[in-house]
Design a protein around this ligand. Structure first.
Ligand SMILES: Cc1ncc(C[n+]2csc(CCOP(=O)(O)OP(=O)(O)O)c2C)c(N)n1
Ligand SMILES: [Mg+2]
Length: 894
């Protein structure tokens, strides 16, 4: 081969490159960009097939996605909007400063909203549709970033929705005249906030599933098809929460172009930079693009456009892309001379580009997220985009406008105070008509009622369908719930064995077939339907999929095939309890947001509920979500084989702490029927803002007939299931059982009577939590009304005259029965399942945790012995007879 010199080689390379580029230019001119894209795709495939390893990048350059020439002019009055924004900024800052004037400040955040003001104001003036939208939709659903709440209140104040007293009482919610919640809390401000967001990461995942639920409602004909959007505003630091990014593939897969994320990329979180040594925006771009989202970067304001136009060699773009976030933050707090030297100064050609600008002008060049035109264009593109969700990555400065008080500084997130000088500077910068004499008082400022600012704001909101946020219950309550559906369960199973899970599934199937309620029921499962024996529902009501079923399911020839359908009713979420819970919240709040009384039933492995996604359940409570959570395969000893990470003896205890969660641990079919019947009535007829948690188990036993008069007690948490056959016996006991442990207790009752002459009543405790709450409510009332007759807790009334020792057993921790101990006539012996579960058979587990019938017997006899009614030797004999080893290690810690 002939020798080719490096110079010759370079020339050949250059010629080759030119030829390729010329060809590409030709295709571009003759066929357009789409043809170029196709060609490049084909070239890529060809190269790969021939072993070429192409470098991967999911990133685009560090510039705006929407170029200068693609941009449209902003409608409306930019000047007025700027002025309004300044007023909102002032009041937002003022309310936080005032809340922290006193020694004991009560917190609040200035810098989050300061960085996000433009992102919100462009939305309020041009995009966010209220619920009275004239386009026939129910408007947009907006998840506001929790820490930006002061700005949202400040706007509501100028709009005239709340008054000065409210602002003064920011974070003083118990004050007369009404206070404002620190963050979005529909529980506390139920006509204002719709969704809680401040536990970071929950807003984004709830938004994703809400967008999908909106599609579900439309596809099932429960809601008119519309152009409503779900907006989620979040912080860049927030994206470190697994929930924030953990579900982003779903909306892309399901083509949810009704979903828009706006991430306020101020490059800072609470302690410091989000990615000091990296670039959070590029990182997020890659993640979202990789997941299939439409990504719009809004990095630079208009002042940069002319510089970028001059940047033929791409020097500026390259420079923009090589600065790490920590350094960008440094530029934000530095003067123009520093920026000139350190950003532009690396290359004389870059310096040349800005030589016509003064240091001051250099310093004032804005970022994209502070430029309303850039933000407007991004939102416009986002709302018009078809086929995928959009994320707007908007670059801003944290604490924008605070100047010395904190702009861009690491301490800015926690900045709650501003001194007089700082206030004065802030006022001057934003042109707020407050005099020097007054500034020390940090007065709120609202322009006169007939000012053009107020008129403009109101007109804009009117045109967009009313004020945002507004929460209003839009559904009519259900008229009633017929008893008919539930009656079969009162009769029991006539000896046939069934588990409470089977009973629930049967009841759910009946509800789904009901002509009134059926269409409102939303079954939600996280890949667990077969575990709970629900697979028959696949075929009966279908699994929801917007796309329908584009394949022939492998089990097509079976009766219960895996049917996906665009009007399917089941939300089969796959293995995501967090996603399923987000669906539950969307379905459980649709009575307000969409005016549809959907009734979600979310059934899951109980161990992965409160314990794993407790914060989302808390958010459901805050959201006033209605519906039923079903903890399946529950009970530490009832779920056999699975072991430590699966066996749940905790969830009932967790449920106790959720104020509007009504929880039950039912044992029998009729208990479940009574509870669900009453639950639907309370939530959908009486419209109470509560939700239910029921644990259901997989042990099968015969379901008895409902005892007469049990209904009230089932709901209150306790009723007598079976009376002692010899009430006058010398040895008496009261036995309490719950869930699948109740049959153990019943068995113990029989043996105690036949073998030990102990006559016992058996009680079913359906809810320790309800008994606990009612007991405390009575005590509290008594404390506050010393002169009035005492109220007696229901549990005390029920057991007042009950003779003998008291023994309780459940498949949950001992703290459950302990919770009612104080209202009992005597202390109670408690059997429960404290400790880690393990893989074993049910019988072995109950022996291990000491909750089977033998332990109920021993506990009863031991209590009688301690009370002096029985000789201790009898207890020892019983232990021997039942193989109970006194030296067995304590399961609570082993
Ligand atoms: C789950 C959770 N963890 C921690 C916090 C406390 N916290 C509140 S704001 C914040 C920093 C927020 O940073 P970022 O998301 O970037 O928002 P920014 O204020 O910068 O817009 C932290 C850590 C929280 N609210 N929720
Ligand atoms: Mg941030």
């Amino acid at each position: 081969m002939r020798y080719i010199s490096p110079k010759e080689q370079a020339e050949l390379d250059a010629t080759e490159t030119r030829e390729w580029l010329d060809s590409l230019d030709y295709v571009l001119q003759s066929g357009g960009p789409a043809k170029v894209a196709r060609l490049l795709r084909e070239l890529t495939i060809h190269a790969r097939q021939n072993g070429v390893k192409l470098p991967f990048t999911a990133n685009t350059p560090y510039i705006n996605t929407i170029s200068d020439d693609e941009q449209v002019l902003m409608p409306g009055s930019p000047d007025l909007e700027r002025r309004i924004k300044s007023l909102v900024r002032w009041n937002a800052a003022a309310m936080v400063v005032r809340a922290n004037k006193a020694e004991e400040g009560i917190g609040g955040h200035i810098s989050t909203y300061a960085s996000a003001a433009t992102l919100y104001e462009v939305g309020f003036n041009h995009f966010f549709r209220g619920h009275d939208s004239s386009d026939g939709s129910t408007g947009d659903v907006i998840f506001f970033q929790g820490h930006a709440a002061p700005g949202i209140y400040a706007r509501a104040y100028i709009e005239g929705r709340i008054d000065e007293t409210h602002l003064e009482n920011f974070r003083r919610e118990t004050k007369a005249g009404g206070g404002l919640s620190s963050y979005p809390h529909p529980w506390l401000m139920s006509d204002f906030w719709e969704y809680p967001t401040v536990s970071m990461g929950l807003g984004p995942i709830m938004a994703i599933y809400h967008a999908r639920f909106m599609r579900y409602l439309e596809d099932r004909g429960l809601k008119q098809k519309s152009n409503s959007k779900v907006w989620a505003f979040l912080g860049d630091g927030e994206t470190d929460e697994p929930e924030a990014l953990g579900a982003i593939t779903l909306p892309a897969r399901e083509k949810l172009d009704n979903l828009i994320f706006v991430i306020n990329c101020n490059l800072q979180r609470l302690d410091g930079p989000v990615r000091g040594n990296g670039q959070i925006i590029q990182e997020l771009e890659a993640a979202f693009r990789g997941a299939g989202w439409n990504v719009i970067k809004v990095l630079w304001g208009r002042e940069w456009d002319s510089l970028l136009a001059k940047d033929r060699e791409g020097l500026l773009v390259k420079r923009m892309g090589e600065i790490v976030d920590g350094q960008y933050q440094k530029y934000a707090v530095s003067d123009g001379a520093y920026v000139r030297e350190h950003f532009w100064g690396v290359d004389p050609r870059l310096l040349e580009m800005v030589k016509h600008l003064s240091d001051d002008q250099l310093k004032k060049m804005t970022l994209g997220g502070h430029d309303p035109v850039k933000v407007y264009n991004a939102y416009k593109a986002a709302t018009e985009y078809n086929g995928a969700p959009t994320v707007v990555l908007a670059r801003t400065i944290k604490g924008y406008g605070l100047g010395e008080a904190g702009e861009g500084k690491n301490i800015t997130h926690q900045q709650k105070k501003m001194n007089e000088e700082e206030l004065r500077a802030f006022r001057t910068r934003f042109g707020i008509p407050i005099s020097d004499a007054e500034i020390g008082k940090t007065p709120f400022y609202r322009p006169p009622e007939d000012s053009i600012e107020i008129k403009y704001m109101r007109e804009r909101r009117k045109a967009l369908g009313g004020y945002v946020p507004t929460r209003k219950v839009r559904s009519e309550p259900l008229a009633s719930v017929s008893n008919e559906l539930f009656e079969e369960f009162y009769k029991g199973t006539e000896g046939r064995k069934a588990s409470t899970t089977m009973v629930f599934v049967r009841l759910l199937s009946k509800l789904l077939r009901d002509k009134d309620l059926g269409r409102l029921v939303v079954p939600i499962v996280p890949d667990e339907a077969r575990t709970f024996g629900m697979e028959s529902l696949f075929r009966a009501v279908g699994i929801y999929s917007h796309a329908g079923q584009m394949y022939e399911p492998v089990d097509m020839d079976t009766l219960l095939y895996y049917k996906e359908a665009s009007d399917g009713q089941i939300l089969e979420e796959g293995i995501t309890e967090a996603g399923s819970m987000s669906s539950f919240i969307a379905a459980g709040t649709a009575y307000a947001t969409h005016g549809v009384n959907t009734i979600p039933f979310f059934i899951y492995y109980s161990m992965f509920g409160f314990q794993r996604i407790g914060d989302l359940i808390w958010a459901a409570g805050d959201s006033r979500a209605r519906g039923f959570l079903l903890g399946g395969t529950s009970g530490r000893t009832t779920l056999a084989g699975e072991g430590l990470q699966h066996q749940d003896g905790n969830s009932q205890l967790f449920a106790l702490a959720y104020p509007n969660c009504v929880s039950y641990d039912p044992a029998f079919a009729y208990e479940i029927a009574v509870i669900i019947h009453d639950g639907i009535r309370r939530m959908y007829v009486d419209q109470e803002s509560i939700f239910y948690y029921l644990t259901v188990m997989n042990e099968q036993y015969a379901m008895p007939e409902m005892p007469n008069g049990a209904r009230e007690g089932i709901l209150k948490g306790l009723y007598k299931f079976r009376s002692a056959s010899k009430p006058d016996a010398a040895l008496r006991a009261q036995l309490f059982g719950s869930g699948a442990i109740l049959p153990e207790v019943i068995k113990a009752q029989e043996i105690l009577e036949s073998k030990y002459n102990v006559s016992a009543d058996v009680w079913s405790v359906t809810s320790y939590t309800e008994l606990y709450r009612e007991g405390h409510a009575c005590e509290r009332w008594n404390m506050l009304h010393p002169n009035e007759p005492r109220r007696v807790p229901y549990v005390t009334q029920s057991l007042e005259d009950a003779p003998g020792v008291l023994i309780a057993a459940s498949d949950y921790v001992k703290a459950m029965p302990d919770a009612i101990d104080r209202w009992l006539p005597r202390p109670m012996t408690v059997l429960g399942t404290d400790g880690f579960g393990r893989s074993e058979t049910r019988a072995a587990l109950r022996e291990f945790f000491e909750v089977d019938y033998r332990y109920v017997i021993v506990a009863t006899l031991a209590a009688l012995a301690r009370a002096g009614k029985l000789d201790a030797s009898i207890v020892e004999q019983a232990m021997k007879a039942h193989n109970v080893n006194s030296e067995k290690p304590n399961p609570a810690i082993s």
